[in-house]
Design a binder for this molecule. Structure first.
Ligand SMILES: [Zn+2]
Length: 224
């Protein structure tokens, strides 16, 4: 039984690698290579917790998130300051814990409690952050470095191990797209479209969650 399961896991892994080689090869991400070549370092997390957000425990309790959801606003003309101001005014319609751009990681809602960014059932399970759209090569790369680092620090903080949920709907690292696909309650596909178009525009190659996940894993391994 155990052997069979291992064989199945091996077959699935090979299938995934084969697919990966055919589409976007995560190991040769132009964005990730640019980050490494330019020694781009993530910025520190700024806490600007707003007391107005409601505090509801995750399904397993306060301080017990099960992973992180990566979002992107879908707004090509906003900046981090006006996104945060908008969210405070409209939190009843949805809010996330944190916003990220090239130069900021701004945590606005207490991560020990759930946020409302990806519908039911995901909201009761996962931490969530938004990326604001960037408009240059270096800004996009810096933002990716920040997003990966922040995800890795959250996984560490809450004693979670990195595991990309994109392949089987189980794991600790989720795109909003993966939530829509595997959990439902929402139909957004971010950040896939933004990653694809910004990657193509600034690096001549689509960026992907699988490639961001490579950065997350690397960051996680270098954290204490
Ligand atoms: Zn989203």
């Amino acid at each position: 039984m155990r052997l069979n399961r291992l064989c199945l896991a091996g077959a699935l892994l090979l299938g995934t690698l084969f697919l990966g080689a055919q589409t976007a090869n995560a190991s040769t991400s132009a964005v990730n290579e640019y980050i490494a070549a330019h020694h781009i370092q993530p910025v520190a997390v700024t806490k600007q917790i707003w007391a107005g957000f409601p505090k509801h425990a995750y399904r397993h309790g306060a301080k017990k998130p099960e992973g992180v959801i990566v979002h992107e606003t879908g707004n090509p003309s906003s900046n981090i300051t006006n996104e945060i101001a908008y969210m405070k005014r409209n939190y009843a319609n949805g809010f996330v814990h944190t916003f990220i751009d090239a130069n900021h990681i701004i945590n606005i809602a207490n991560t020990n409690y759930l946020a409302w960014g990806a519908g039911f059932p995901a909201n009761a399970r996962f931490l969530q952050f938004e990326q604001v759209e960037m408009h240059s090569k270096s800004q996009f790369a810096k933002q990716a470095a920040n997003a990966a680092y922040y995800t890795a620090t959250l996984l560490k903080q809450y004693h979670l191990k990195p595991n990309d949920a994109a392949y089987d709907g189980k794991g600790t690292v989720w795109s909003h797209n993966a939530v829509s696909k595997f959990l439902g309650g929402t139909d957004h596909t971010d950040p896939n479209g933004y990653y694809k178009s910004a990657g193509r525009k600034y690096f001549g190659q689509a960026y992907s969650m699988a490639q961001l996940y490579q950065l997350i894993k690397k960051d996680y391994e270098t954290l204490d």
